[in-house]
Design a protein around this ligand. Structure first.
Ligand code: GAR
Length: 185
């Protein structure tokens, strides 16, 4: 089976959705987490996925911690990387090592609302429709080539919380499906 790593910084609901997918066409052999105590770490333990926790601040540069990550990923035989709420920008060291094999999920219809708090941004802007995007990663913030998108309507009496819940439900469906389309043996 193809080996993959998930990178996450937060709660890990998308990590969980990937782990719960029936007939996932790859094996998640590593969770990479840059946030001490993040909820996703406990989830990885529950699924017996080894965790690589690191503190970016204890490295001199992004190039330095990414070189460490690339080495560990190679050691583990990883060929695909799925970013799932990883709140850092990938640099050239990581991108060159895993060219065309790093994807991300983002809670908006890119190119609208890139960056942090995309759901809050869309809610505040008062748009009638937002959604979810899965895309390849490049050195920009949420700018790589788009693989799949799904719209989510903003309802007249929506709260930000209700909208977030519907967007995340779409994420949890879409991301594992897209992964299975891309990752073939
Ligand atoms: C997800 O909604 C994901 O799309 C978003 O962070 C959340 C992580 O939730 N990612 C970004 O905003 C990337 N720019 P999770 O930890 O429960 O999967």
């Amino acid at each position: 089976k193809i080996k993959a790593a998930v990178f996450a910084s937060g709660t890990g609901s998308n990590f969980q959705a990937i782990m719960e997918k029936r007939d996932l066409h790859c094996e998640v052999v590593l969770l990479v987490c840059d946030k001490q105590g993040a909820g996703v770490i406990r989830k990885a333990e529950k699924y017996d996925v080894p965790v690589l926790e690191f503190n970016p601040k204890s490295y001199a540069s992004k190039a330095e911690y990414e070189a460490m990550l690339v080495e560990k990923l190679m050691e583990a035989g990883v060929t695909w990387i799925f970013l799932a709420g990883y709140m850092r920008i990938a640099g050239p060291v990581l991108l060159q090592a895993f060219e065309n094999n790093i994807i991300n999920i983002h809670p908006s219809l890119l190119p609208d609302f890139p960056g942090k708090d995309a759901i809050g941004q869309a809610y505040a802007a008062g748009v009638g429709k937002t959604g979810v995007t899965v895309h390849y990663i490049d050195e920009g913030i949420d700018t790589g080539p788009i693989i799949a998108q799904e719209g989510v309507a903003v309802l007249p009496d929506d709260t930000e919380e209700a909208l977030k819940k519907r967007i995340q439900d779409v994420e949890h469906q879409l991301y594992p499906e897209v992964i299975n389309r891309l990752v073939r043996e």
